[in-house]
Ligand binder design. Structure first.
Ligand code: FMN
Length: 191
């Protein structure tokens, strides 16, 4: 899939069909995280694939997000910031979270490339879910991903902000750019 199509085609789904995802595609998506940039090439993540419907039910309950019950697979992304701390004691927390984002974006785009859908779940009771999944105390659950096929008609993605409001030149004061023909085509409607 062309990169632009993959990036703009990925959307969160909260309505899933009954079709079960192929677990091999999920493994491939997890594998793709290992190509993300990681400080010192340390890979501080583990993944838990959940296919036990009783456990999924508990995950949905402790995330307060009923729609998670629709899927046959949930992936928990678990980080170990102590691994990062060994080489980067001062930045371990920041690096772990930045690396989480980089790894997860690979994961999401690869799922999307397989025609699979998910929704990044960041709101959950970590203590409860760690207990349910028997994850040791020192690890952190970064996010949960219910995975399946979307039953929604995917709406075309729009940029979440416009480039004129987020871009600075050299220093913070220079935040106004003149319209440039080349990127104008990417600006949201109305520009
Ligand atoms: C850190 C993070 C946490 C999120 N947590 C939740 C969540 O708990 N529940 C949910 O329904 N969506 C959650 N989302 C998904 C966003 O709501 C979603 O990405 C946003 O609505 C934009 O839609 P899009 O992914 O289709 O571009 C989260 C996204 C991120 C990046």
């Amino acid at each position: 899939m062309e990169l632009k199509v993959a990036i703009e085609g990925r959307r969160s789904t909260r309505k899933f069909s009954t079709k079960k995802a192929d677990w091999r595609n999920i493994i491939e998506a997890i594998h793709s995280t290992q190509y993300a940039p990681m400080a010192g090439s340390i890979f501080p993540f583990k993944f838990v694939i959940i296919d036990d419907q009783e456990i999924i039910k508990e995950v949905a309950k402790w995330s307060e997000q009923e729609f998670i019950n629709q899927v046959k697979y949930v992936v928990a992304v678990v980080s170990d910031k102590d691994m990062v701390k060994v080489s980067f004691p001062k930045e371990s927390e920041k690096f772990t979270h930045q690396e989480t984002g980089a790894a997860i974006e690979n994961f999401l785009l690869t799922l999307s490339d397989f025609g699979l859908s998910t929704c990044w779940i960041g709101h959950f009771n970590e203590e409860k879910i760690k207990k349910i999944l028997k994850i040791p105390e020192e690890y952190e659950i970064e996010a949960l991903f219910p995975i399946g096929y979307s039953s929604e008609k995917t709406k075309k993605a729009k940029p979440k902000s416009d480039i004129y409001n987020i871009l600075y030149f050299n220093t913070w004061q220079h935040n106004r750019m003149r319209k440039v023909e080349k990127i104008e085509s990417r600006a949201p409607e109305g520009y």
